[in-house]
Design a protein around this ligand. Sequence first.
Ligand SMILES: Cc1cc2nc3c(=O)[nH]c(=O)nc-3n(C[C@H](O)[C@H](O)[C@H](O)COP(=O)(O)OP(=O)(O)OC[C@H]3O[C@@H](n4cnc5c(N)ncnc54)[C@H](O)[C@@H]3O)c2cc1C
Length: 491
Amino acid sequence: MKTNRRQLMKGALALSALSMASPGRAKAAETTSVTVIGGGLSGLNSALMLKDAGYDVIVLEASDRVGGRVYTADGVETRPEYGASQIGKSYARTISLCERFNLKLIPEHRKLMAMSNYVNGQWVKSTDWEHSEVNKTVGDERKIPPALLSSKILTGLNPLKSLTDWLDPQFSDYDISIYDLFKQHGVSEEAIRLASATTDIHTASALGLLQEKNRGLFDLAFTKDVQEAVDRPYGYGNGKGMSEGLALINNIEGGCSRLPEAMAAALGDSVRTGKMVRKINMSKTGAEVTCMDGSRFKSDYVISALPFSTLQYVSVFPDLQGKQAEGVFKLDYVDTSRAFGIIEEPFWEEDGFEPSFFSDETVQMFWALEKRPDEDKPRFMVVFTDAAASRIDQYSKQKALAVMEAEINRIRPATKGKLRFLDMYGWKNNPMIQGCRHMYSPGQINRFAREIVKPHYRLHFAGEHTRRNDFGMESALESGERAAFEIISLG
Ligand SMILES: Cc1cc2nc3c(=O)[nH]c(=O)nc-3n(C[C@H](O)[C@H](O)[C@H](O)COP(=O)(O)OP(=O)(O)OC[C@H]3O[C@@H](n4cnc5c(N)ncnc54)[C@H](O)[C@@H]3O)c2cc1C
């Protein structure tokens, strides 16, 4: 008897119903050319480049949204950015993607008001800091605001010239702690103490941070035609004549998340959210990726765009080896935690100190932010980095906000009743990322930084921690591009 098309369809449906109904049966694997794991900027960029080159791709993202460390809090009043927002003038890939997806770049809307200091229990205006008795730093250090000490001293000691110098063995002596580097160069005890308020001076490799300083200087080369000279929060000095940071910052209109969302939209149903990968198995002929929900994806190649902080929970077969395994299991991730709110009344008119402040106590930095054109009140951010961020993130959000508010009120009584806290976000508490960024410990660049990007069988590596030239969002895109090129070049 000849089987017609309808009977065939019925048979197929019955079979698939049977396979869904039978306990213990594995779900059928989907097949594609490349499986990309991680839907942050790096993974999305790899996928877009591969799709543009004619490859079938699937992106598996564990959380229910794309973007990872790009995260606009759309549901919160003032729509703060939990993660990245600032786009430097030399961010060629980021700017080009914004053009491709018709996203408008607007001037930075997080303009930091001048910063006073609360040091050793006393208030000092920024204009008085250099000659104040409270300032116990020495020589030229005295001119540096305490919040910038770590960054500015590092910039002054930076021997790197080209963007990849940090990987050149001739600079390997700089792969020591910031503390040791500062001691070698006679930095005063008080400058080291104040620097340690904003930077993990004992556990971070100086060479890793010098790479970022160098990238900041590169950005500055793009300011030749820029007339504006202002302080900006991310990297602080971003105007003409400043020595570091991003040259002239832009934001994306409507929030930074619009970029990964547009990239994901261009990839259509290739992007699967809610897919937490637990296993990558590779053979001579291909790879199979398995998610926590049992779904499986077969492909020729796999790109891991996961931070190493979470890749280390994924089973990889054949096992990662040698220095690459050491990198995946040992690379450290540091925290950033930020609270957001509204300044109901200009408290600085009461006590006469500048609105923003640095303190060497519980609250590291309070940023008062100028009003945006559409706002009638200034906003604020309370910013914690590194160990200070990990400390505050040990509390629940509610408790952390209460501690912060009480502490700000204690050291600066004029703020009482004038701050309205809206929200906070600590990146160590994001289980899919577990930190704001990677941070090489002393000696780790020499041990494994050169090796961690090398493909492992059919597995290629992307993510900001695998950067070679860039930093921030641009480094995530750079890494995604490199991994895509590696696969395309295999033919
Ligand atoms: C507070 C903060 C401020 C920043 N500010 C700036 C700035 O102003 N300018 C700038 O240029 N850069 C900034 N950055 C840096 C920038 O956000 C990052 O460099 C970049 O977004 C990293 O992208 P990524 O793709 O490498 O990683 P991620 O964005 O972390 O993406 C990794 C993805 O993998 C997913 N994932 C994890 N585990 C699994 C799993 N098992 N299976 C599937 N998926 C998984 C995660 O959910 C995540 O979406 C900031 C970052 C932070 C945290």
